[in-house]
Design a protein around this ligand. Structure first.
Ligand SMILES: Cc1cc2nc3c(=O)[nH]c(=O)nc-3n(C[C@H](O)[C@H](O)[C@H](O)COP(=O)(O)OP(=O)(O)OC[C@H]3O[C@@H](n4cnc5c(N)ncnc54)[C@H](O)[C@@H]3O)c2cc1C
Length: 339
C-alpha cells in the first residue's frame, strides 16, 4: 500500500495500538506528513487485548482488525507488514530493514512493544510450548485446544487465567499452575484468591498452587510437565503467561537510554530528541504499564500540533491519567466470565 509523499517523513516502528494511535495522531496534527507504519506481523494491526476473546470463540477474526487497508490509504499512511526493522542509525536518521533497505526519516516514533517472558525451563523449546502475544499464536493455540486436548497453563495472573478460561471454552482439559502461594498474587489477598480458586475449580479447571515447574518433557513435541515436588502432568499444550519484557534491541541500536523500558520524559521523548516512544516499550519515572489504554492514549489524546512541531508531547504522560479512579485503565475482563 503506498500513500501520498511529502518531505516530512515520519516513521513509526510497531503496528500495535501505540503505533497505530501515533499514526492517527500524526496524520491529524500534520496531514501532509509522509507517514510510514512498519510491523513485522503478517496481519493488519488488530485488537491484541481481544485475543483471549478470540481464543474463547467470542469474537470473529475479522472483527479484531483495528482499521481496514482502505483506511490507511485514505489517511495517507503507508503500512509495511511482514517487515522487520533491524536497526536504527540515529546519527544518520535512517533505519535498516531486514531485507537491507534503508529508510530515512525526519521523526521516528518507536512503538515496538513487548514480548512474553519464558523462564528457562528445560524443554521450553519443544513444539506445543506456547505463549500468547500475537494473532498467529492464538491460531496455533486454537488449533490444538479445540481437539479436547490437555492443556497446562503456567502462570496464575490475569493473562494466565484469561487464557486458561478461553482454552477451557474450546473444550480443553485445563490445569493452571501458579508458582506463588495463590492465584492473582498481585491483585488479591489469600482469602479472596481462595474464593476465586473455588469458583474456577467448579468450572472444571484444575488449579495447583504453589506449583514450581521443573521441566517440560517430550520427544520433539511436549508430552508432560514435571513439577518440583515430583508430580508429572500430561500435556498436549503448555501455555506460559509469566509476564512481558520490552523489546529493547532497536532502542539499544539507536543508543537510547534504557532501563526495563525505553526511558521517556513527560513528553514521551527519549534521550534522543528526534525519537519519541510510546506503549509497552516505554518506562517513565521507573514504571512500565503494559496496558492497552496507556499505549493508546499518548498517541491519541495528548498530542498537540505545537508540541508535535517541537518534537514533544504536552503535559504528563497519559499513563498517569489512566491511573485515576474510574479511568477504565485495566480492562481485563472478569476471568470468571470467560469460563
Ligand atoms: C492476550 C492479551 C490480552 C491482553 N488483555 C489486556 C487487557 O485486558 N487490558 C489491558 O489494558 N491490556 C491488555 N493486554 C496488554 C495490551 O494488549 C498491551 O499493553 C498493548 O497491546 C501494547 O501495545 P503496544 O503497541 O505498545 O505494543 P504491541 O502490541 O506489542 O505492538 C508492538 C508491535 O511492534 C512490532 N515490532 C516489534 N519489533 C519490531 C521490529 N524490529 N520491526 C518491526 N516490527 C516490530 C511487534 O511485532 C508488534 O506488532 C493484553 C495483552 C495480550 C497479549
Amino acid at each position: 500500500m503506498s500513500a501520498k509523499k511529502t518531505n516530512k517523513r515520519t516513521i513509526i516502528i510497531g503496528g500495535g495500538i501505540a503505533g497505530v494511535s501515533a499514526a492517527e495522531a500524526v496524520h491529524a496534527l500534520q496531514p501532509d506528513s509522509d507517514i510510514t507504519l512498519i510491523s513485522e506481523e503478517h496481519d493488519l494491526p488488530y485488537f491484541r487485548m481481544s485475543l483471549t476473546r478470540y481464543l474463547a470463540g467470542e469474537v470473529e477474526r475479522e472483527k479484531l482488525t483495528l482499521h481496514d487497508q482502505q483506511w490507511y490509504l485514505q489517511n495517507h499512511i503507508t503500512i509495511l507488514l511482514n517487515t522487520h526493522v533491524e536497526m536504527i542509525d540515529a546519527e544518520g536518521k535512517q533505519i535498516s530493514l531486514a531485507d537491507g533497505q534503508k529508510l530515512p526519516y525526519d521523526k521516528l516514533i518507536l512503538a515496538s512493544g513487548a514480548h512474553p517472558n519464558v523462564p528457562p525451563f528445560p524443554g521450553r523449546e519443544l513444539k506445543g510450548v506456547q505463549t500468547l502475544r500475537t494473532l498467529e499464536d492464538a491460531d496455533l493455540i486454537m488449533d490444538v485446544a479445540r481437539h479436547h486436548s490437555t492443556v497446562v497453563c503456567i502462570g496464575g495472573g490475569l493473562l494466565g487465567l484469561e487464557v486458561a478460561g478461553a482454552v477451557a471454552r474450546q473444550g480443553a482439559h485445563v490445569t493452571v499452575l501458579e508458582g506463588l502461594d495463590w492465584l492473582l498474587p498481585r491483585q488479591l489477598d489469600a482469602q479472596a484468591s481462595e474464593i476465586l480458586r473455588e469458583k474456577i475449580k467448579s468450572l472444571g479447571i484444575k488449579v495447583i498452587v504453589p506449583a514450581m515447574t521443573k521441566a517440560m518433557h517430550g520427544d520433539g513435541k511436549v508430552e508432560s510437565v514435571e513439577l518440583a515436588d515430583g508430580q508429572v502432568l500430561p500435556a498436549d499444550l503448555v501455555l506460559i503467561s509469566t509476564g512481558v519484557s520490552a523489546n529493547l534491541e532497536l532502542a539499544k541500536s539507536a543508543g537510547l537510554d534504557v532501563n526495563r523500558g525505553v526511558l521517556v520524559n513527560e513528553h514521551m521523548v527519549t534521550s534522543n530528541p528526534n525519537i519519541l516512544a510510546a506503549g509497552d516499550l516505554t518506562e517513565f519515572q521507573g514504571r512500565s504499564y503494559g496496558l492497552w489504554v496507556p499505549a493508546k492514549k499518548p498517541g491519541h489524546h495528548r498530542w498537540s500540533k505545537r508540541s508535535w512541531q517541537r518534537n514533544q508531547l504536552p503535559g504528563r504522560p497519559a499513563f498517569h491519567q489512566a491511573e485515576s479512579p474510574g479511568s477504565g485503565c485495566v480492562q481485563y475482563r472478569s476471568v470468571l466470565a470467560k469460563c
